[in-house]
Design a protein around this ligand. Structure first.
Ligand SMILES: *[C@@H]1O[C@H](CO)[C@@H](O)[C@H](O)[C@H]1NC(C)=O
Ligand SMILES: *[C@@H]1O[C@H](CO)[C@@H](O)[C@H](O)[C@H]1NC(C)=O
Ligand SMILES: *[C@@H]1O[C@H](CO)[C@@H](O)[C@H](O)[C@H]1NC(C)=O
Ligand SMILES: *[C@@H]1O[C@H](CO)[C@@H](O)[C@H](O)[C@H]1NC(C)=O
Ligand SMILES: CC(=O)N[C@H]1CO[C@H](CO)[C@@H](O)[C@@H]1O
Length: 591
C-alpha cells in the first residue's frame, strides 16, 4: 500500500490526529495491518479485550424547592422517586405525545408505581396534574446549557471519550460506539406504539453484564456497587449488555463502525453481493423455468423471486415489535395491492403496485412484466378476495430457505445490495465526464447516487427548510453574478489603460484582473452546480443507500481515479464507517 493510503487513514481514523504527533505514528502502523490481519476461525472474534465499562447516566438531582408540582390547584409535594418520573413528563409537555391517550394512560400507570401510598391516594387523575412550573424550569435550564460555551462542552465530552470511549481489542485501540447508557425517561416508540409513555428505567450496575478477557484489567463498577456478571466470551463482539424493561430486549455496547470487527462485517456483506454477481444469471434462468412449473408453490416462489430481483422488494414484513401499521413485503402482498393491465393495444403486460412498505413508506410502481409472470399473477388472483394473500403457498421463511439453497448467504437484501452497487458503478461510468472540473464531477456522482436511491425507493418529503435554503442560495448566486460583471468591467478598463500606457505595471494589472474574473467565474459555477444538486435532491434520501447498499469501494475507487477528495462525498461519520474501504480500494477496483 502506498504512503498516501496511510496518510488518508491517519487523517480519517483518528480524532485530532494533527495535534497528537506520537499517536499519529501509531495510527500509521495500525492502518498498515488492520484490514489484512489473519482472521480467527471457529467463530472466535478476539483473543484480548480490555475496556472501562459503560458511562452511567448522571444521578437524579431533586428540583429546587421553589419549583412546584400542582395537583388540583394545591402543592402536594412529591417523594424523590415520584418527582423524578414526573420530571420526565414535564420535559415532554410541549410534545404531541403528551396529548395522546395511550401515552398518558401508560405514563400514569407507571408513575403511580413509583408513588408512596399517600401519594397514590391523593393523585388519582392525570388531568388534575399541573406540570407547568416544572416544565418552565427545564426550559430555562436548557437555555442555560445552550449558553454554556462550546469549548466547555467539548472539553467535557473529550475527557469522557478518552477515558471510556476506547477499548483494546487484540492489538488495536478501537473506538466504542455507544459507551454512554441512555438516561431514564418515557418510552416513545415509532408510530402509534402501544407501549408509548411507559417508564424506561434507569440502568444500574447490577443490571450490567460485562464481557472482557480474563487476562485484562476488568472494568470496575462505581464504588459500593456490583456488576450483575462478568463474562469472558470471545465468540461475541459486545463489551457490555443489559436488558431494557420496555420490550425486554437485550441492549449492547459495541464497537464503532470504524473498528476492524465492524468493518469486516461490512466488507463481508459486499463480498456476498459480489458473489451474487457471479451466479445471478443462473438464478434468473432457474426462476424463469420455474414460472412453468406444475407445482403452484414453485411458481409462486419463482414470481416472488422475480419481484425481489427486478423491483428490489423486501422479502417479508420486517415490522418493529408493536408496530401496528399495515405494512407488507413481497411474500405478504395481498390481491388488493396489485392491479393488472392486460395487453394495452397488444403491447405490454403491466402491473401496478401500491402498498405500504417498511416504515410505512408507500411503494407505488407501474411496471411492464413478462407475459408469463403476468399470466401467473392472473392465476394466483383467480377467485380470491381483495384481502387474500397473493402468494398463498409462500411465506418469508420458505423463500429465505430457497434463497439459501441458491447461494450461501443469499437474502432478498443481497439482491438490493448487488443491484444498487452495480447500478452505481454503471452510472458513474456513464455520467463522469473526463473534461469536467471537480464540482461538475461531484454533481455527476450525486446524480449516480440519486439513480440508485430512486431504484431502492428511498424517497422523502421535501425538507421544511427547502424553499428558504434555496432562496438563500439564489441570493448568493445573484450577488456573485453582480461581482462578476464588476470584475469584467474592471478588466476591460485595465486593458484599455494598458493599450495607452504600454508599460509593465499596467500589463501586470491586466493579469491580476484576469485572474480575478476567472476566480469569480469558478465560484459562480460552483454555486450554480450546488443549486442544481439541491433542486434534484429535493425528494430523495441519499443517506440510506449510501450507508447500507452501496459498496463504498466503488465510491472510493472513483475518488482516487478522478483525484476527488473523499471528504467531498463522505462526511466524517461515513468516513469512519468506511475506513476499511478507504484503506483497501485502489482506483481500478471493480465491484
Ligand atoms: C398551572 O400552574 C401555573 C402556576 O404554576 C398557573 O399559572 C397555571 O394557570 C396552571 N394551569 C392550569 C391549567 O391550571
Ligand atoms: C436493477 O434493477 C433495475 C430495476 O428493476 C433493473 O432494471 C436492472 O436490470 C437491475 N440491474 C441488474 C444488473 O440487476
Ligand atoms: C411457512 O410455511 C411452512 C410450510 O407451509 C410452514 O411449515 C411454516 O410454519 C410457515 N412459516 C411461517 C413463519 O408462517
Ligand atoms: C453524515 O451523514 C449522515 C447521513 O448519511 C448523517 O446522519 C450524519 O449526521 C452526518 N454526520 C456528520 C458528522 O455530518
Ligand atoms: C473464553 C471464555 O472464557 N468463555 C466464557 C464466556 O462466558 C461464558 C458464560 O457467559 C462461558 O460459558 C464461557 O466459557
Amino acid at each position: 500500500k502506498t504512503i498516501s493510503n496511510h496518510l488518508v487513514s491517519c487523517i480519517l481514523n483518528i480524532p485530532n490526529a494533527t495535534n497528537k504527533k506520537n499517536e499519529g505514528l501509531s495510527v500509521i502502523l495500525r492502518a498498515d495491518s488492520r484490514w489484512e490481519e489473519e482472521r480467527y476461525t471457529d467463530g472466535v472474534k478476539w483473543k484480548f479485550l480490555e475496556h472501562k465499562g459503560p458511562v452511567f447516566a448522571p444521578p437524579y438531582e431533586p428540583l429546587p424547592s421553589k419549583v412546584n408540582f400542582y395537583y388540583d390547584g394545591k402543592k402536594p409535594g412529591l417523594s424523590p422517586e415520584a418527582e423524578e418520573v414526573a420530571t420526565f413528563f414535564a420535559k415532554m409537555l410541549d410534545h404531541e405525545y403528551t396529548t395522546k391517550d395511550i401515552f398518558r394512560k401508560n405514563f400514569f400507570k407507571d408513575w403511580r408505581k413509583e408513588m408512596t401510598s399517600e401519594e397514590k391516594a391523593k393523585i388519582t387523575d392525570l388531568k388534575k396534574c399541573n406540570f407547568s412550573e416544572m416544565s418552565d424550569y427545564f426550559k430555562a435550564q436548557s437555555e442555560a446549557r445552550k449558553a454554556m460555551s462550546k469549548e466547555e462542552k467539548l472539553v467535557k465530552n473529550e475527557r469522557l471519550l478518552q477515558e471510556y470511549g476506547f477499548c483494546i481489542m487484540d492489538n488495536h485501540r478501537e473506538r466504542i460506539a455507544n459507551f454512554r447508557i441512555e438516561p431514564p425517561g418515557l418510552f416513545r416508540g415509532r408510530g402509534d406504539h402501544p407501549k408509548m409513555g411507559m417508564l424506561k428505567r434507569r440502568i444500574r450496575p447490577k443490571d450490567i453484564i460485562v464481557n472482557c478477557s480474563k487476562d485484562s484489567k476488568h472494568p470496575q463498577p462505581p464504588p459500593g456497587t456490583k456488576w450483575k456478571e462478568v463474562r469472558h466470551d470471545n465468540k461475541v463482539t459486545w463489551l457490555v449488555s443489559w436488558t431494557e424493561n420496555i420490550q425486554g430486549s437485550i441492549k449492547y455496547i459495541m464497537l464503532n463502525p470504524s473498528s476492524r470487527i465492524k468493518g469486516e462485517k461490512d466488507w463481508q456483506k459486499y463480498e456476498t453481493a459480489r458473489r451474487l454477481k457471479k451466479c445471478v444469471d443462473r438464478i434468473r434462468t432457474q426462476y424463469r423455468d420455474d414460472w412453468k412449473s406444475k407445482e403452484m408453490r414453485i411458481r409462486q416462489r419463482a414470481v416472488a423471486l422475480y419481484f425481489i430481483d427486478k423491483l428490489a422488494l423486501r422479502a417479508g414484513n420486517e415490522k418493529e415489535e408493536g408496530e401496528t401499521a399495515d405494512t407488507v413485503g413481497c411474500c405478504s402482498l395481498r390481491v388488493e395491492h396489485l392491479k393488472l393491465y392486460p395487453e394495452n393495444d397488444g403491447q405490454e403486460y403491466v402491473v401496478e403496485f401500491d402498498f405500504l412498505g417498511k416504515d410505512s413508506i408507500r411503494y407505488y410502481n407501474k411496471v411492464p412484466v413478462e407475459k408469463r409472470v403476468f399470466k401467473n399473477l392472473q392465476l394466483f388472483m383467480e377467485n380470491k378476495e381483495p384481502d387474500d394473500d397473493l402468494f398463498d403457498r409462500l411465506n418469508t421463511s420458505i423463500l429465505n430457505k430457497h434463497l439459501q439453497e441458491l447461494m450461501d448467504g443469499l437474502t432478498a437484501k443481497v439482491f438490493r445490495t448487488y443491484n444498487a452497487s452495480i447500478t452505481l458503478q454503471q452510472q458513474l461510468k456513464e455520467l463522469t465526464n473526463v473534461d469536467e472540473n471537480v464540482p461538475a464531477k461531484i454533481l455527476s456522482y450525486n446524480r449516480a447516487n440519486r439513480a440508485v436511491a430512486i431504484l431502492c425507493n428511498h424517497q422523502r418529503a421535501p425538507p421544511k427548510t427547502f424553499e428558504k435554503s434555496m432562496q438563500n442560495l439564489q441570493t448568493k448566486i445573484e450577488a456573485k453574478r453582480d461581482q462578476l460583471s464588476d470584475a469584467k468591467r474592471e478588466l476591460k478598463s485595465a486593458k484599455a489603460d494598458a493599450k495607452v500606457r504600454k508599460d509593465e505595471k499596467s500589463k501586470k494589472a491586466v493579469e491580476t484582473k484576469k485572474k480575478a474574473v476567472q476566480r469569480i467565474e469558478e465560484q459562480l459555477m460552483k454555486l450554480e452546480v450546488q443549486a442544481t444538486d439541491r433542486e434534484e435532491n429535493k425528494q430523495i434520501a441519499l443517506g440510506t443507500s449510501k450507508l447500507n447498499y452501496l459498496d463504498p469501494r466503488i465510491s472510493v475507487a472513483w475518488c482516487k481515479k478522478w483525484g476527488i477528495p473523499v471528504e467531498k462525498i463522505y462526511n466524517k461519520t461515513q468516513r469512519e464507517k468506511f475506513a476499511w474501504a478507504i484503506d483497501m480500494a485502489d482506483e481500478d477496483f471493480e465491484f
